[in-house]
Every structure is written in C-alpha cells, then in structure tokens.
Design a protein around this ligand. Structure first.
Ligand code: AMP
Length: 303
C-alpha cells in the first residue's frame, strides 16, 4: 500500500438540486477525494480552513484514517465557500458564488514524509497552489490533476504550466472542450495530451467516463442508478476511487488504470445518492465490492 497526498479545497457548500437543498454542508474537492480514497489507502490532505470550520468535519476525516496534519486552521479567516445549483440535467452545475476566503493567501507546507509520497493528486484548486505542492514533492511516481471552468478561465497560463508536469488529467467533458477550445471530445482529448499528460480521463456524469492512454481508448459506464440526488463531488469521488486504487496496489500500468477507472465509477455512484458526504458516511466496504462486480458483469461480452 503506497501513500497518497492530495491538495485541494475543503469547503462549506450550499447546493440546490431539483430534489432538495443544503446550506453550508461539508464539501470541497480534497474532502470528497480523501474520504473516497481512504477506503483504499492512507491519504494525506494539504489544505486550509477558517476558524469557522466545524471541528466535527475534520474529525470525520480523521475517523477514516485520513492524515489532516497539513490542514492549516487560520485564525480570523473564513473557510472556502461554494454555492451551486443543478437543473433536471444533473450533469451540469451552475456556480452561483465562489468565495476563496482562506485560499486567497495560502502557502501549502508538506512534511518531509509527505514530500516522499509516490502518489499525488492535485485536486481542483488554484493551479498556483497545485504547482506549489508539486514543487515540494521529491519524485512522485504518478501525479494526477483535476480542474474546472473557474480556473481554466481565470488562470489558464498557470494551469498549462502545471499540466505540462502531470501524468494524468481528470476533467469533465464541458471543461475538456473549454480547455482544448475544441467541441469534439476525441480531438479535445488529443489536444489535452499535447499539453503534457500521458493519460486523460474525461468524466461525463451519467454517461460514464472515457480514458485515452497511450493511443488507446477505454470507457467505463456510470452505474445505472434510479435515484440521483446531488451530483456535487462526483468528480472528486471518482478521482478518489481512481487514485486510491492505484496507490493501494502501487501500480500504474495500463490494466491497473482500467481497473482504477471502474473503482472511480463505483465510488462516484455512492456520492450522488445523497447530499454532501452523507452516502459515503454510510458506506460499507462490502458495497464497493458488490458494485465492482456489477460493473464487471455490465461490460462483459463475448467475441
Ligand atoms: P465536483 O466533483 O466537480 O462536483 O466538485 C464539487 C466540489 O468542488 C464542491 O464540494 C466545491 O466545494 C468544490 N469547488 C467548487 N468550485 C471550486 C473552485 N473554484 N476551486 C476549488 N474547489 C471548488
């Protein structure tokens, strides 16, 4: 089992979907990622929160064995806040408000042990912070990155600098088109690969996820759910399952990447069944195994 480091947001989210709403619930890219990955391996979170961040949220991560030693609690500062809503097409989030707060002036500091971790995930956060963490790492074996429209529009140049130095980009379809300035997803994937990564994973919500690696395509469907409640965090949870599985196995070969895609899809399928981390909190590891087996059955066919 290999160590896994993540830098990303730890947030208070206010979310409205056609099925309900929550205010100031636990969220953030690093939160969903680390909680999901904790089912597979030891995760270290690099982030910052304000004084207003409820202590029980950090205790929740610690309870899963997540190392929160590099989560800085800043006196007199407020926690990052995101407000978003979804229409009946749950594949598309509309951001209503983003308050960087504590992340506006945050300097990540990794312990010497964390710098040596072989697996690194640069979750959705300011690309300058992603670069800052990447620079502190000694020689990671696999670095993956996620981002979103907010940073593609606002910090494209810094994002391209970090992209040139990562192995895997995980991104949703609309953002892939925006980053590549190309409407066709296959062409967009190729254009993204030209920016640096060796592997690109394009997440397509209920339509599954596509991976392009070494000139070959792999497609993982989404788990066929009848009730999707809130898609917030699905992408980060997918990444948590993906990277968590690879770190657990200590592998980065083509076959493992495919299995990691399915583990990502399995983990994301739980997150969307409830608001915030509620479904993940009730998750029994046996359920992960069962859904993985359903995936195997779902995509199997004879020649
Ligand atoms: P997703 O997996 O793409 O649905 O990610 C949702 C999470 O991303 C929410 O919990 C938000 O707190 C977080 N988030 C939203 N906007 C940003 C941003 N600009 N930077 C970092 N995290 C964000």
């Amino acid at each position: 089992m290999a160590e896994l480091v993540v830098v990303g947001s730890v947030a208070l989210d206010s979310v409205k979907t056609p099925f309900g709403q929550v205010a100031e619930a636990l969220g953030g890219s690093a939160t969903y990622f680390s909680y999901a990955a904790s089912f597979f391996t030891r995760v270290h979170v690099v982030a910052a929160v304000g004084q207003d961040f409820p202590k029980e949220h950090l205790a929740l991560l610690e309870g899963r064995g997540v190392d929160i030693g590099a989560v800085q609690v800043k006196d007199g500062k407020k926690t990052f806040r995101w407000t978003g809503e979804y229409g009946f097409d749950l594949n598309e989030a509309r951001t209503l408000d983003t308050q960087l707060n504590v992340f506006a002036e945050f300097t990540p500091v990794l312990s010497p042990a964390m710098c040596k971790a072989p697996f690194l995930f640069l979750a959705n956060i300011d690309p300058e912070l992603q670069l800052d963490v990447l620079r502190q790492m000694t020689q990671p074996r696999l670095v993956a990155l996620d981002t979103m429209n907010f940073w593609i529009e606002g910090k494209r140049e810094a994002l391209c600098r970090v992209l040139a130095r990562v192995d895997v980009l995980l991104i949703n379809d609309a953002e892939a088109r925006m980053l590549a300035r190309e409407p066709n997803l296959i062409k967009a994937a190729r254009a993204i690969l030209d920016l640096g990564p060796r592997v690109v994973v394009i997440k397509r919500g209920e339509y599954g996820a596509l991976m392009v690696a070494d000139g070959r395509f792999f497609f993982a469907p989404a788990y066929p759910l009848e009730s999707v409640f809130d898609p917030t965090g699905a992408g980060d949870t997918f990444a948590g399952g993906f990277m968590g599985y690879l770190a657990q196995r200590g592998l980065t070969d083509a076959t493992s990447l495919r299995r990691a895609m399915v583990h990502g899809a399995v983990m994301a399928s739980f997150t969307v069944e409830d608001f915030s981390l509620e479904r993940l909190k009730r998750l029994d590891p046996a359920e992960i195994k069962r859904r993985y087996e359903v995936f195997q059955e779902m995509v199997h066919f004879d020649r």
